[in-house]
Design a protein around this ligand. Sequence first.
Ligand code: NAD
Length: 255
Amino acid sequence: MFKLTEKIAVVTGASSGIGAAIASTFAKAGATVYVADRDVDAGRIQVELIQRSGGCAEFVELDVTDPEQSRQLAQRIVEERGQVDVLVNNAGVGCVGTLLETAEADFDRMMAVNVRGVFNVSKAFLPAMIARKSGNIIHLASIGGVIGIRDRLAYCASKFAVVGMTKAMALDHARQGIRVNCLCPGRVMTPFVEARLREYADPEAALVEMSSSQALGRMALPEEIAAAALYLASAESAFVTGTAFVIDGGWSAGK
Ligand code: NAD
């Protein structure tokens, strides 16, 4: 079950956190994984870690906000491998603040990476998938793309857009052999969240507060999100498309 033998996978933002866990989980399942990130040093370390544990991975530099870089990367991988089976649009950035507290530049950055980035990279890889009538695209949305979160105006706006793109893409391309789903995690302990915690006067109290919004009373591990990505990437989820898969420790179940 959940094998990715002989599959070619591209994971954006895979130098850190959830993306790194997805890359390593996919490699363990037998895929050849392209670790695509703008952070070159951390990306090379991730690739080394995967290779040392017997997996197959390669680092590729990519800024998802750049459509031309995205196109060139897709062309290169398709030329090298003849196919891309799984694309994970994981690269993303965060931003704290209400509407009045959010600077225009921060709102634009959130849209450029979290929304336009998903658009750019999907647009670059989709034609080759359609040509083979086979492809699997997984976006990293967030529970903030399903319910509102206080003080996360720009982040929620961007992640609701990712959920919307997931559903529209799933409908547009289902009959072309393409499945499109997104993951909606609650709070996951990654460098992304560690950076948010450091912005608080009392990071330990903030961690307790953040954990308590999830019914299970703890943060998720990146590997727990990667396990869901593996399910969506595998043949076992063949009938699943257009879904926003919530993994939030019960956060959105109610108070
Ligand atoms: P992270 O900060 O640990 O990793 C994000 C990675 O994306 C980094 O390696 C970074 O270099 C890369 N990146 C950022 N901008 C990029 C760009 N323009 N081009 C290429 N790469 C870029 O973050 P994470 O917590 O692992 O989050 C990964 C994804 O999961 C994000 O989309 C985030 O919104 C989403 N998410 C995270 C949480 C959480 O609690 N950590 C919860 C829900 C959703």
